[in-house]
Ligand binder design. Sequence first.
Ligand SMILES: O=C([C@H](O)CO)[C@H](O)[C@H](O)COP(=O)(O)O
Length: 213
Amino acid sequence: MKLQLALDLVNIPEGISVVREVEAFIDVVEIGTPVVINEGLRAVKEMKEAFPNLTVLADLKIMDAGGYEVMKASEAGAGIVTVLGATDDSTIKGAVEEAKKHGSEILVDMINVKDIEQRAKEVDALGVDYICVHTGYDLQAAGENSFEQLRTIKRVVKNAKTAVAGGIKLETLPEVIQAQPDLVIVGGGITGKDDKKAVAAEMQRLIKQAVTV
Ligand SMILES: O=C([C@H](O)CO)[C@H](O)[C@H](O)COP(=O)(O)O
């Protein structure tokens, strides 16, 4: 089980400074969609240059032109690129094919997919690397989370790795870990804390402890 830090509400220097604090405790650093909108793929490139040992995820939430957008993100240094589960199969197939050429991976974000079980089975058959359940900011504000959806994908996904995102905090991490996703994605649960290093360290400890028992 790996820990991904999501950077959403920062610029490039702020993002690099946060990662410097928690580098030892995370496996993947996400350049969040708001950062890509503000800074472009330059943010992916500069993060990869600053932390060559970390995997950088470009949260492009691709909805069309899968092959082209995965090519650009991979060239910038992304090891994982996100595509929306709500899009057409042809977009996901194009993304998977292009990622293979670059040795990068595709994470399908199931945000706002209504029939998670059915779509997860379909997406799993397309050869994607990760299937991620995700409660976005707007639904988090309405008190929702993805823990039940995580149990659903754990039951039906046979090939891809599983991931979960959306409002995960230190207090809710144990419930997430119980469902055994392959990747836990945390943004504000780390970046919103004064002592980011301590929170990330404790999250990593909980994850490692769960993996070894
Ligand atoms: O993908 C995200 C969101 O849609 C904004 O781009 C976040 O990176 C993801 O939700 C994780 O962040 P937190 O919810 O703050 O943990």
